[in-house]
Design a protein. Structure first.
Lengths: 260, 370, 303
């Protein structure tokens, strides 16, 4: 038993190292005083300074934030509805529609939406098209999380509420929503992360004139890699980390209560 | 009531974040709509930041730039409905496509007094006779860049495409060579090496070129459009097929970081692709006034020279020569002499059937090995 | 009362399922149909699409609707090869992910309860960094002048093996694919393994099974549903991925994703790009069907 544990621990430690070493390197090099990410020269904060003077990058960050917030907002509402509907009613069509975009390679959704926006809607690609695209693939993730939560719950609560004469809306507002709230929040956070991270679908549905963070980063990687890329990614990691910690703090209260 | 309290607080937090972000975006929209903005769709690194700043001051407007790394990419983006650009800087063949598509606005030459500065040799190209739509901006050559020390050490020729196609040379630099990730450019180099025109559409010649490329491919490190600049400067790459202005950049970077080697570049004797980039007005632009102002501004010798001094792009502007650093003005790879000029060719666009066939050939090149 | 209630229920049903249904019909089903339609058209002379001509105006029998792109697809074995290659890369990535993720998921599932959430969080946390950054990190690590490359080549040199370039190679593509998708494998595995009843393993031990037998006869069969969902979550995205080969790949590392991207953003051949996308969709459907079929014995084993 003990020996197998050692094997397990070392294999897991390797996996964790594999996950973290690349990111540590990115962070470390963001303080490297050399334009070329090749050897360590000396400590500097100049890449962060450069970043905060890079108007385009700041606009890109703001655009991406706007997109992520709007898309996760829409996806959370629609996805929660979808999750509820799939759990509550025996629907045939909706589950397929909700889960397929999650299961498909992203590029397919990107291509389909690009053609659709241009040919049918005649929409000028831009923020709106990206928000719609992100909402489309985030709905499924929210729905999965919400449904998983519902599946783990005792149906009798809802029946009791109904027996006591609560209307569906009352049941939802007073019983269901508070109970699924952790899942809704988790779904919202997940959508936010997915949206701000998404490159492929953004790549196909983006317009011109509005810089978007992942596209900006892609251009920097492909064209001129400076440690500014490292700096922006370090900051992005910090942002997401903070969000996760806040969520965990708030959520742990919810979890503890549940354990009782 | 306590249990849902926490989650409600979390939701409220999330909502406030949403609202905040919503507000800030609205704010931003309000400021941009009242601003004078000129939208320029340009090559990466194809204008000096100092020039941009001076222009923004002189016009009291903001220059918003979007970039592309390949003409095909630019055309594809436009075909995919990208719009809102006042100005684009396409290369000849791409400009030809744009003109035939009818998506360009004619120039109002009365607003461009500085047009007289352009060397007549670069006016009246086959793509736009009479320059109704276009003003030459700058040009680049597709050529060979190399690590001077390594090439000397290994005794390799630098004036021929053979260095990227012939296994007898490639053996010595295996994994240290990149070629452009561009169907047209790589085919052009191969066709030139085989003695054909870069615009040759004969399928048999294409197949010869494909075989040449496939034979050389195992020795190449990658197809690279941009990263070779850095890799040459760091010393990871010894030979690269690329654009003259990128090689200029790599040489500069190597010098600035104090490398023990220099980066040289030269035009192969078999001939190469000359890409004359012109500045044109796209019909989706909303500010032709600012656009003309910008073109005339860029036609002034000093502003135009700044581009060459910064990027090493060739300059068709006669008034600019006096402002260009002498070591650039004397560089034959940037300012080709008449004899070399005769061996340079501009790319012409293929039709859709040829494009699809070329794309298949390209897929084959990427996928297969001999 | 009861009747009113069911009517209210029906209204509720539509109120709840209507909006997401409508949204997805418009922004998912319609675009997919448009993609199918586009694959039947001709490319425009300058990109985009050729207009659909009335029969009388058709030039050389080209009506604007055609199966030409499908013929083109099947006219050359090349495109089948590229699909096969993408499948091979996806399969290899999935396998490596599984081998790396399994011990990790098992360890987390067998840890004390209070550590589990933290350990899972540590797996998900790298996702807090941007997708492209995670790929970019490997550009630094695998670069020819990096410490890692020097180490590997010194190691190979000791055995008299010629130095290798790590970046821009199929190896780099695999590393990137695995790195980007590893958490997708860990999470379903962990969710599954966590539910296992430790009493089963105790029982097996009492019956004299050694560690390996306990794993192979008890844990592994029970975890198969987790393995299959993890495999699907890795395999399918890898199949369509273009960014990883684009950034880390060398001269031969082109996958379906890159080819599709090229048709839209390079060659300006939308119909052929759509055809390739349709083919990829069919491939994914086939894989999903196959996975579901394979997962069947697992459910029997679970009973």
């Amino acid at each position: 038993m003990r020996r197998s544990n050692i094997w397990l621990w070392s294999a897991a430690a390797l996996a964790y190292a594999f996950l973290y070493i690349p990111l540590i390197i990115v962070v470390v090099y963001s303080f490297n005083d050399s334009k070329l990410n090749a050897e360590w020269v000396g400590f500097t904060l100049s890449w962060y300074v450069a970043l905060f003077n890079n108007q385009e990058m700041l606009t890109a960050a703001r655009n991406s934030l706007t997109i992520a917030v709007s898309a996760s907002f829409c996806a959370t509402i629609l996805g929660t509805m979808a999750g509820l509907a799939i759990h509550r009613y025996k629907l045939k069509f909706l589950p397929v529609l909700v889960f397929t975009p999650v299961a498909m390679p992203e590029i397919l959704l990107g291509v389909a939406l690009l053609l659709f926006f241009l040919q049918v809607l005649n929409l000028t690609l831009g923020m709106i098209s990206i928000i719609i695209a992100h909402t489309t693939f985030c709905i499924g993730f929210v729905a999965i999380i919400v449904r998983a939560r519902l599946q783990g719950m005792d149906e009798s609560i809802f029946e009791a509420a109904r027996d006591l004469g609560a209307s569906p809306w009352q049941t939802f507002r007073l019983i269901t929503l508070p109970l699924i709230m952790p899942a809704v929040v988790a779904g919202a956070l997940m959508s936010f992360t997915l949206s701000i991270d998404d490159f492929v679908i953004t790549f196909f549905t983006k317009g011109v004139g509005e810089p978007i963070l992942p596209i900006q980063i892609y251009t920097m990687i492909k064209v001129a890699v400076t440690p500014e890329v490292n700096a922006i990614s370090t900051l992005l990691m910090l942002l997401t980390l903070t969000m996760i910690i806040i969520a965990a703090k708030l959520d742990s209260g919810v979890l503890r209560r549940e354990a009782k | 009531m306590n249990p849902p309290g926490r989650s409600t607080a979390l939701l409220a937090l999330l909502l406030s974040v949403l609202l905040l972000a919503g507000c800030s975006s609205q704010e931003q929209n309000a400021t941009t709509s009242g601003e004078n903005v000129l939208h320029l769709f340009n090559w990466n690194n194809y204008i000096a930041p100092a020039t941009v700043k001076r222009f923004e001051q002189s016009c009291n407007c903001r220059l918003s730039q979007d970039y592309y790394a390949d003409n095909e990419e630019m055309l594809a983006k436009l075909a995919a409905g990208a719009s809102g650009y006042d100005l684009i800087v396409p290369t000849g063949n791409a400009m030809d496509t744009l003109i035939r598509q009818g998506v360009l606005k004619q120039l109002d030459k009365s607003l461009l007094p500085n047009l007289k500065n352009i060397n007549p040799a670069y006016l009246n190209s086959a793509f736009d006779p009479g320059n109704k739509y276009s003003v030459p901006y700058a040009y680049t050559l597709t050529l060979l860049g190399f690590n001077q020390e390594k090439v000397k050490e290994l005794g390799l020729p630098t004036d021929t495409w053979a260095i990227i196609f012939e296994p007898k040379y490639l053996e010595k630099i295996k994994g240290r060579v990149t070629v452009l990730d561009s169907q047209r450019e790589l085919m052009a180099a191969a066709l030139k090496y085989l003695g054909y025109s870069v615009n040759d559409a004969d399928e048999q010649h294409w197949q010869q070129a494909r075989d040449l490329i496939l034979r050389a491919k195992p020795y190449w490190a990658a197809f690279s459009n941009t990263s070779y600049v850095k890799e040459l400067a760091v010393g990871n790459l010894w030979v690269a097929h690329g654009y003259s202005n990128d090689m200029f950049q790599a040489a500069l970077d190597a010098r600035k970081t104090g490398r023990k080697f220099g980066i040289g570049y030269s035009t192969p004797k078999e001939g190469a692709v000359l890409a004359l980039d012109s500045i044109v007005l796209h019909q989706s632009g909303t500010r032709p006034d600012l656009a003309h102002q910008f073109i005339n501004f860029m036609l002034a010798g000093k502003n135009s020279a700044e581009l060459t001094n910064l990027t090493g792009a060739g300059n068709p502007n006669m008034d600019a020569i006096q402002f260009i650093q002498p070591e650039i003005a004397d560089n034959k790879a940037i300012f080709p002499d008449r004899e070399l000029l005769a061996r340079l060719e501009m790319l012409q666009d293929f039709d859709r059937k040829q494009r699809r066939l070329l794309s298949r050939l390209w897929t084959e090149i990427k996928l297969r090995n001999l | 009362m009861i009747k009113g209630n069911t009517k209210a229920n029906r209204t509720a049903k539509w109120l709840v399922s209507g909006p997401p249904l409508l949204f997805l019909l418009v922004f998912f089903v319609a675009p997919s149909l448009i993609m199918l339609f586009t694959s039947l058209r001709l490319p425009g002379e300058f990109g985009g699409l050729a207009p659909i001509a009335a029969p009388a105006e058709a030039v050389h029998g080209e009506y604007g609707l055609t199966l030409e792109t499908y013929q083109f697809f099947f006219s050359d074995i090349l495109y089948a090869e590229i699909f096969l290659k993408s499948f091979a890369v996806a399969a290899a990535s999935t396998l490596i992910c599984l081998i790396m993720a399994y011990p990790l998921a098992l360890l987390i599932a067998r840890s004390e309860k209070r550590f589990r959430n933290l350990m899972v969080l540590l797996v998900v946390l790298p996702f807090a960094s941007n997708f492209l950054i995670r790929i970019y990190a490997w550009m630094i690590i695998l670069g020819p002048e990096s410490v890692f490359s020097h180490f590997i080549n010194a190691f190979l040199g000791a055995f008299g093996i010629a130095p290798v370039t790590l970046l821009f190679s199929p190896f780099a593509v695999l590393v990137g694919m695995v790195y980007v998708h590893l958490p997708f494998m860990v999470l379903p595995l962990y969710t599954n393994l966590e539910k296992h009843d430790p009493a089963l393993l105790d029982a097996a031990q009492d019956l004299g099974a050694n560690a390996w037998q306990r794993f192979w006869r008890v844990t592994w069969p029970l975890s198969l549903p987790g393995v299959f969902s993890g495999a699907a979550l890795v395999f399918i995205p890898v199949l369509g991925m273009f960014a990883v080969p684009d950034i880390l790949g060398g001269t031969g590392d082109i996958l379906i994703g890159n080819l599709i991207k090229d048709q839209f953003l390079g060659t300006r051949d939308w119909p052929f790009g759509s055809t390739l996308s349709i083919m990829l969709t069919l491939a994914v459907l086939a894989i999903t069907g196959l996975a579901a079929w394979f997962a069947r014995p697992a459910t029997i084993a679970e009973r």
